[in-house]
Ligand binder design. Structure first.
Ligand code: ADP
Length: 474
């Protein structure tokens, strides 16, 4: 074995997921095991997880973890080594990981400071004899973990912070500094202070030994004002320790050949059947390309452009199925499209993992018109399922999709359609190109075969993380 890593995060598949972060945190341990690194995941024992962990042994505890006892319980779920931080006064609440029925909790900063504190304590001194060499913190919720190592002692532990989305920065009022067990001397612009507030993400960016983000493209973008969201200077100042490592897809979970018999780059009868089933389910009849969107419905994802481009797309023969939930205005706009184009556009508001698989299996294309995209997973599912990605040229989207152009078509390497800038004109033109490509069956088959041959698994990225860890401890 090369070493041990404690991964600290607020969500993890298969237990709690609100976005791609959970997919990555859940997939990394398996991917790293193949590289000789043992990774355990520390996350809060939210209400939904308390029963699961009830009989697990206690491997770490603190009598007063911000107002009540905190205990870390260790166990295994589906081959995943988990450490659940049970602190009922912080996590035994109704609702999701971040909010209850009345919205975000008033003590959000403390809830994730406690997670970070437990992570740092275990990294520093171990838990029941298990001592990790590396603490790997994910996003702002674990951002204080490297800071606690830096300000309260790290022992032999080294730290890595991965930024999955810079838009979420973990801001808290400055007066909480002492309460969060952070030194007042560190409250200045070169350390924890962020425009008069405290930022848990910035704390991690300043103190972690290495910073990674989830694609090389996003790593470069983060150093520019257009994408850094105020933290570009902090990241640029640490450019020497910043790297981008693309997320992978769990290819055993996203496995078209297993889900749909007759699914291979050569024989796509299975896809045709899945498409017919989809059209049946949603009452659609689509002569041109059938596109899907599986996404949070937020401005980041560019879905506000759809009402502007869908009329033209439908007129040229296209169809669209949207699966997502998010901002009420965008949900309403999507439903408006379905009402306006019956038989061509269908919308399902909500979160539905099983349906998402059916959509990727049956559709011709997946749209990802994001304004920024740290990595993005759905374009990679699209590649794997021969569902051609139509993506904006930002972040991880630009790193994973090769847009069809005369040059890439001639070279036989195109895997999708790309566009920039992120506006209705460029997206509309991209959809026009999609329609034109779809009308040439031989070319379309070639594109689809290219897409399906593109590697989207974890192998390459796991090796990159392993060598990052190796570099830190040797
Ligand atoms: P982000 O993390 O910014 O939301 P990603 O593309 O990295 O975006 O990951 C989103 C993940 O959530 C993907 O696995 C996607 O399939 C899934 N997802 C998003 N919305 C839905 C939904 N409504 N139903 C099912 N899965 C969804």
């Amino acid at each position: 074995m090369r070493g041990r890593v404690l991964s600290v995060a607020s969500e993890c598949v298969p237990l709690v997921k609100t976005g791609g972060l959970a997919d990555v945190v859940g997939a990394l341990p398996g991917a790293l095991a193949g590289q000789g690194w043992e990774m355990r995941v520390l996350m809060p024992a939210y209400r939904s997880l308390r029963r699961l962990a009830a009989g697990w042994p206690v491997v770490w505890e603190e009598a007063d973890l911000w107002g009540g006892p905190g205990r870390v319980l260790a166990g295994e779920v589906q081959g995943l080594s988990l450490m659940l931080l049970d602190a009922p006064h912080l996590y035994d609440r109704e609702g999701g990981p971040y909010a209850g029925p009345l919205g975000e909790h008033a003590d959000t900063a403390v809830r994730f400071a406690a997670l970070s504190w437990a992570g740092a304590a275990i990294a520093r001194a171990g838990a029941a004899g298990w001592v990790p060499e590396i603490l790997h913190a994910h996003d702002w919720q674990a951002g204080l973990a490297p800071a606690y190592l830096a300000y309260h002692g790290a022992g032999a532990a080294k730290s890595v912070l991965t930024v999955h989305n810079i838009a979420f920065q973990g801001l808290a009022p400055a007066h909480l500094l002492g309460h969060l067990r952070l030194p007042s001397a560190a409250f200045h612009p070169d350390a924890l202070e962020y425009f008069g507030k405290l930022s848990a993400l910035k704390a991690g960016l300043i103190t972690a030994d290495r910073i990674t983000t989830v694609s090389p493209g996003y790593a470069a973008e983060l150093m520019r004002p257009a994408f850094g969201m105020g933290l570009e200077g902090v990241i640029a100042a640490r450019a020497g320790v910043v790297s981008g490592i693309l997320n992978g897809v769990d290819t055993s979970v996203w496995d078209p050949a297993r889900e749909t018999p007759g699914f291979s780059a050569k024989a796509m009868a299975g896809k045709a059947k899945a498409r017919a089933a989809l059209c049946d389910t949603f009452g659609l009849e689509v002569p041109g390309p059938l596109a899907i969107i599986v996404s949070r419905l937020t401005e980041q994802k560019g879905v506000d452009l759809l009402p502007l481009v869908t009329p033209g797309f439908v007129e040229k023969g296209g169809g669209l199925i949207v699966l997502g939930s998010g901002e009420p205005a965008l949900e309403a706009a999507m439903q408006g499209l379905a009402a306006r184009f019956p038989g061509r556009v269908a919308v399902r508001i909500g979160y539905d993992e099983a349906l998402s698989h059916q959509l990727f299996a049956g559709a011709d294309a997946v749209l990802v018109p994001s304004r920024f995209e740290p990595c993005g997973l759905t374009q990679m599912y699209g590649l794997r399922y021969g569902t051609l990605p139509v993506v904006s040229l930002v972040g991880g989207l630009a790193d994973t999709v090769i847009g069809a152009s005369p040059a890439t078509l001639a070279a036989g390497v195109a895997t999708g359609v790309t566009f920039q800038p992120v506006d209705a004109l460029a997206l509309g033109q991209a959809l026009d190109r999609l329609v034109a490509l779809h009308a040439q069956p031989k070319l379309w088959s070639k594109l689809r075969a290219n897409a399906m041959a593109h590697p989207v698994g974890w192998e390459v990225s796991a090796a990159a993380y392993a060598s990052l860890y190796d570099g830190l401890i040797r």
